[in-house]
Design a protein around this ligand. Sequence first.
Ligand code: SF4
Length: 312
Amino acid sequence: MSTIFGPVHSRRFGVSLGIDLSSSHKQCNFDCLYCELAPMPAMDHQHTITPVETITADLKEALHKHPNIDVITITANGEPTMYPFLSELIEQINKLKGDIQTLILSNSASLNDRSVFNALLKLDQVKLSLDAATPEVFKKIDRPAENIKITDIIENITRFSHLFTGKLFIEILFVKGVNDSPDEVEALNRALLGIHCERIDIGTIDRPPAYPVQGLSFEELHTLSHSFDPALVIHIVSRTHTSATVSTYSNDEILTTLDKRPLTMDDIDALFDLDSKERFQFLLSQGKIAQIERSNVIFFTPTANIDRKRSK
Ligand code: SF4
């Protein structure tokens, strides 16, 4: 079985070839409630390991077949940073990749390991999960292997964010009644304010989860997004946009809403009724609303808001 999959087109990251560092079965140091893979006790190391040479040979072949790739994404059926030869593998990928970006999707737990921390610094883009900020909720939602502590994870993500010269994204997945309480969101907010990142993607369950838990509606995610500090660039990643109820917004309400949290066109399509969309387009044409781009995602925000932030 090849260790490479794709190309997969992602609006956030472009055309991607994926590398699966645990292609035969799930190997993870978490056992998240919402995992789309089967439940399995968290483990602290990989038991089945693919040689670096096999992966690089598969990658060479795939790059030859698919020359127009934007990003090589390192992932796994489980947690890719548990792969014991990660540093060596990233060095080999960097030799092959040319102009293509490299990206890893990680649950952040292995940043505690200095060699993993240093290996991730050699990538172009890193996406780290942070589903909770308090020990109780972290244990409940992510069900980590023993000795993995959320305080260490937050400290490591923060330190990493100050050293990393590439693009860092944080992802939070919300589960109804588990990590969506005001206290937990406030704790996440405090943690995020110390982290330097491009964007914070918030989402919810949109595939059958490992355990019987429920996701949030788009409206609930939207409401929750307002609990975060306006300085944080929050992006709602949800396939449940279409279930949102549209509302009417006046010109002032549009500007106030965008001031609290910049919205994407998907958000606007999901939240605004037809008249409000016309008012939005009018404000945009009048220069009252501006666009900001954060790694392939366009946000709309009041122009005055940009000026205010620039003057800080
Ligand atoms: S970290 Fe990812 S692979 Fe591991 S249990 Fe959680 S969702 Fe599944």
